[in-house]
Design a protein around this ligand. Structure first.
Ligand code: C2E
Ligand code: CA
Ligand code: CA
Ligand code: CA
Length: 277
């Protein structure tokens, strides 16, 4: 639909101008939003499939726009990446998530992983490891409890430089996770070359379980591959009991999805998932 839009605009200059103007306006509003503290993190729980025990959460950015209300990251992350605003925004997300993780730890809640998304621009920033180190030191979150999520394409695009950057990050003691696994050009060779800890099965392979046999085959293969490579594996987008049962039968260690818990603000996360037993 995006492609179509682009073609249509090409023949109507006034629309192109309008689209460009809208983009510029959105960029300016994003900058202001960052300065005005309009971004918030939502947290989505991750569970051990077998036991149902909470093992972590993923921090997901939202924009509380005064004009538009809650804006999805699908609308602002791509633009933030294009404009470079993702670097300060990503650092804010990392700092906020680590501070929250540490606050929960101090409050006496059980230890769990805090997963934070990283964009390509951030990985390309030579200062990234120093910034992550500073955030860990300043917030006090034990590095073992931080997990950074990167997509396959981000890693593949940056070649051998990515290997070095990831190794520097790993040396801080944190964990690395491959997001949206199976959607990029994954090869066993690259899995061995990168110092990663976890694969996240993309939700496109979970969505149509049990109707789509190909997807079931792919999900099962990723789980088996993770086991052979001694990597952890977590499935995203688990929405039905049938999907959960299938993943459990295949031996998928972790699950994340609307069936088990939607992304929610920190206070709701605490009430729903961290209440003292
Ligand atoms: P992602 O990292 O793949 O995050 C998972 C997305 O799937 C989230 O969308 C989550 O709300 C959604 N989801 C979780 N469970 C289910 C489910 O059962 N069914 C369905 N249909 N969806 C589910 P969200 O929060 O809209 O985020 C979209 C994307 O925006 C993320 O995809 C991530 O790539 C990006 N993003 C969000 N926050 C950040 C951030 O702080 N930094 C960066 N670089 N990217 C971010
Ligand atoms: Ca993610
Ligand atoms: Ca994902
Ligand atoms: Ca499918």
């Amino acid at each position: 639909a995006k492609e179509e839009g682009r073609c249509t605009y090409r023949f109507y200059t006034p629309s192109l101008t309008r689209a460009a103007k809208e983009r510029l306006a959105l960029e300016a509003r994003l900058r202001r939003a960052l300065a005005n503290d309009e971004f918030v993190l939502y947290y989505q729980p991750q569970f051990e499939t077998d036991s149902g025990r909470l093992i972590g959460c993923e921090a997901l950015a939202r924009w509380r726009s005064p004009e538009e209300g809650l804006v999805s990251p699908a609308r602002f992350i791509p633009l933030a990446e294009e404009t470079g605003l993702i670097v300060p925004l990503g650092e804010w997300a990392l700092r906020t998530a680590c501070a929250q993780g540490m606050a929960w730890l101090k409050a006496g809640f059980p230890q769990m992983m805090m997963a934070v998304n990283l964009s390509g621009r951030q990985l390309r920033n030579p200062e990234l490891a120093n910034e992550v180190k500073a955030v860990l030191e300043q917030t006090g979150l034990p590095p073992q409890q931080l997990r950074l999520e990167l997509t396959e394409s981000i890693i593949m695009d940056q070649g051998t430089e990515a290997v070095e950057r990831l190794q520097t990050l790993k040396a801080l003691g944190l964990g690395l996770s491959i997001d949206d696994f199976g959607t990029g050009y994954s090869s066993l060779a690259y899995l061995k070359r990168f110092p990663i800890d976890e694969l996240k099965i993309d939700q496109s392979f979970v969505r149509d379980i049990p109707e789509d046999e190909n997807d079931m085959e792919i999900a099962a293969t990723i789980i088996a591959m993770a086991r052979n490579l001694k990597l952890e594996v977590i499935a995203e987008g688990v929405e039905t009991q049938e999907q959960l049962d299938f993943l459990r039968r295949q031996g998928c260690r972790g699950c994340q999805g609307y069936l088990l818990g939607r992304p929610v603000p920190a206070t709701d996360f605490e009430r729903r998932h961290l209440s003292p037993s």
